[in-house]
Design a binder for this molecule. Structure first.
Ligand code: AAL
Length: 427
């Protein structure tokens, strides 16, 4: 218990009352025996007494026992972006799956999937050479720049679809960026069939440029391939996400390992010495058992990950001191979907990662069923060791009732519940 000096006691009347109270309590404590229960006031140091499993975990498992002191806990704040045109949101223009954001020559740069088709996605049954099956079918990779991260200026096409049968001829999407030895590399999904036809099957390919403005030279080959038949990532390597770590390229990716009706998404790691490979998949893959799109950043000596949307450990922020052994560091809510953060030290490989404070993410339900498309948005957070924003450490989100009521029961569920109630009445 702290005691207060004279100058602090002068603050005001209420303050004096509480100081007197604190001093008295402090004196009483000093004389009294140790409290019989768990001590009042959650301290940073683990109390030296028998603890429940839950309280042991609070001290031994998490980086700190309270959200405000846990550098890997944050809530997320959202802002609509200025500068992108969506053709009156009629579903013909979609922007989604932003890359991580890099800063070059005083400007932030982001790459993303852009679909600009004559009609919105119509499903695999109605997809053709010009009609998209899914929101990311028949797409290309575009890029935009910004000076403040709120207003963006679309700069144009970065990666077009190559001619058939080259990898990506059907669609190139879901890019991420690597800066390696002075060159820029974009990694992205290269579809050689319509997505949704058999599933969402594709490998990863890449392109290189000397400047973020291109021109981009394609590797014209698969850079990270699907796994061998019967293995967890046999059909898809999605959301490639490169970082420079321990002198190598650590490329995280997501795959789908269960098939319908209960798909399970997990994340793997592939490591290379050179950007176009060969990439060696980590023998312990998958290294993250949940999530969907990949979002990772150097943190202290290891790598932290936002684990979003799917799996038992969705809505968590995880940490691996070696980039491989991920553990839950915090749970959170309303996470940014498909987050592409600004990671200032993504390629610095300092062994002392500083964390992130903002980035872009997407909403895939911007339109109606007929005008289906996605929009990009900005998120802010405090997952940084250099920023301390108390407002980002609040665990309670005041979400409007409409948001909850939009998560409504299906007709079938309502019928089941009402029938059970009727049955009970009859009994
Ligand atoms: C995204 C990503 C991949 C999938 C699809 C487009 O959010 O996970 O890119 O293939 O959905």
């Amino acid at each position: 218990m702290k005691t207060y000096g004279k100058s602090q006691v002068k603050i005001n009347r209420n303050r004096i009352v509480s100081v007197v109270f604190a001093c008295t309590a402090s004196m009483l404590h000093a004389n009294a025996a140790e409290p019989s229960g768990f001590p009042y006031g959650l301290r940073d140091k683990k109390p030296d007494r028998p603890l429940s499993v839950a309280m042991e975990r609070l001290y031994d498992h998490y980086p700190a026992p309270t959200p405000e002191k846990n550098e890997l806990f944050s809530n997320f704040r959202y802002t609509r972006l200025e500068g992108f045109d969506y053709h009156n949101h009629d579903g013909t223009i979609s922007r989604r799956d932003p890359s991580k954001i890099i800063r070059v020559n005083g400007k932030y740069c982001v790459w993303y999937t852009k679909r600009h088709t004559s009609v919105p996605p119509r499903g695999p049954g109605l997809g053709t050479d010009t009609i998209p099956s899914t929101d990311w079918d028949l797409s290309e990779i575009w890029y935009a720049t910004s000076t403040d991260g709120f207003t963006w200026e679309e700069q144009g096409l970065a990666i077009p679809r190559p001619l058939k049968p080259k990898v990506g001829w059907r669609s190139v999407c879901t890019p991420d960026v690597l800066v390696w030895k002075g060159r820029y590399y974009l990694y992205y999904q290269g579809f050689v069939e319509m997505s949704g036809l058999r599933g969402d099957f594709c490998p990863v390919t890449a392109s290189v440029a000397d400047s973020p403005d291109g021109p981009w030279r394609p590797a014209n080959k698969v850079v990270v391939d699907n796994g061998a038949a019967g293995t967890w990532d046999q059909y898809a390597v999605h959301d490639p996400y490169p970082l420079a770590y321990r002198g190598k390229i650590y490329l995280y990716y997501k795959s789908e390992m269960n098939g319908p009706p209960n798909p399970v998404r997990a994340q793997g790691l592939a490591i290379a010495d050179e950007p176009f490979g060969p990439f060696t998949k980590h023998p312990l893959n998958p290294v993250i058992n949940s999530g969907h799109e990949t979002t990772l950043f150097p943190f202290k000596e290891g790598i932290a990950a936002l684990v979003i949307r799917h799996g038992l450990e969705h809505n968590t922020i995880q940490y691996a001191p070696d980039g491989v052994s991920f553990e839950v560091a915090a749970t959170t809510s309303l996470m940014p979907i498909a987050a592409g953060p600004h990671v200032p030290d993504a390629f610095a490989d300092t062994g002392d990662g500083r964390g992130i404070t903002w980035g872009l993410s997407h909403f895939t339900n911007a339109g109606t069923r007929e005008t289906k498309h996605s929009i990009l948005a900005r998120f802010d957070c405090d997952l940084s060791r250099d920023v301390h924003d108390e407002w980002m450490k609040q665990t309670e989100m005041f979400v409007k009732p409409e948001v909850y009521f939009s998560q409504t029961l299906s007709k079938k569920q309502r019928e089941r519940i009402e029938n059970a109630a009727k049955q009970q009445q009859r009994e």
